[in-house]
Design a protein around this ligand. Structure first.
Ligand SMILES: C[S@@+](CC[C@H](N)C(=O)[O-])C[C@H]1O[C@@H](n2cnc3c(N)ncnc32)[C@H](O)[C@@H]1O
Length: 247
């Protein structure tokens, strides 16, 4: 492979694909799609719908199976490290089959809780594959959440902490403004402070988009109930929220 484009495609709404992303997609001969199993089929479908809408020529897709990993390990970093090794080996062999320009469509933006760029660095560090790569930024789920709730993510001049559900549970609300992603366990239920406001969003930009907002003690149970209903109905869920002290 001569060149690889890593293209941020926005967080679910095909309207978030930028002109720069479309321009890059038009250079690509082969798209690598990392599969996440049947439950995430819809997320792969969003990518193919974007390609069908933007490209008026045939394109090749090379699926790459995502190796399984332990989701509740005792040593989180060690398990992720091993998983990244197995993933980069799969990427390396997929890249080896392409002569020209490849592309990877990344959900949201590659800079936020996404391992694609780390994988590419790993592949190059192994020294077998050689290629140039370029990153095209995309709209993140953080921006989508802010836009749908029509909010600024922090108070005037305040910092914003971006964290995971797991860290929120371990560390508590360690900031005035915390944006929480990758939370499969409703970790906001562990926050007992009375003066916290929450802006929550699920499936942002997608047909099942759901928004709830209010003082955390008042809406906490409603979010837990709604989230469980949605996840049971679809088999998977993606949600993100902002917590603000004194909100
Ligand atoms: C692996 S991270 C990928 C983040 C992505 N790179 C981004 O820029 O938004 C997945 C997490 O992003 C958030 N997320 C991504 N898309 C979302 C959406 N459409 N609606 C709600 N949350 C979303 C959720 O917190 C989910 O657990």
């Amino acid at each position: 492979m001569r060149k690889l484009y890593v293209i941020g495609i926005g967080a679910g709404d095909p309207g978030q694909v930028t002109l720069q992303a479309v321009e890059a997609m038009r250079q690509v001969e082969v798209f690598f799609v990392i599969g996440k199993g049947e439950a995430k089929r819809e997320l792969v479908d969003v990518r193919t719908a974007i390609l069908d809408a933007q490209l008026d020529r045939p394109y090749r897709i090379v699926p790459i199976a995502d190796p399984p990993r332990d989701r509740t390990p005792a040593d989180y970093l060690e398990v992720v490290e091993d998983w990244h090794d197995r993933r980069s080996a799969l990427l390396e062999s997929a890249f080896a089959e392409v002569d020209g320009v490849g592309g990877i469509l990344v959900w949201g933006d590659p800079s936020l809780y996404d391992s694609t760029l780390r994988m590419i660095e790993r592949v190059l560090a192994r020294g077998v594959a050689r290629f140039d790569y370029e990153v095209i930024p995309g709209i993140t789920s953080a921006q989508a959440l802010a836009a749908r709730h029509r909010i600024v993510l922090h108070g005037i001049g305040e910092p914003l902490r971006i964290t995971t559900g797991r860290r929120l549970r371990e560390e508590g609300l360690a900031a005035e403004n915390a944006l929480v992603m990758l939370d499969g366990d409703c970790s906001f239920t562990a926050i007992t402070d009375e003066d916290v406001h929450i802006w929550w969003g699920a499936y942002l930009g997608m047909p099942d988009e759901t928004l709830i907002e209010g003082p955390l003690p008042a809406v906490r149970d409603e979010i837990v109930r709604r989230r469980a209903e949605l996840r049971d109905r679809k088999g998977w869920i993606m949600d993100i929220y902002l917590l603000r002290r004194g909100g």
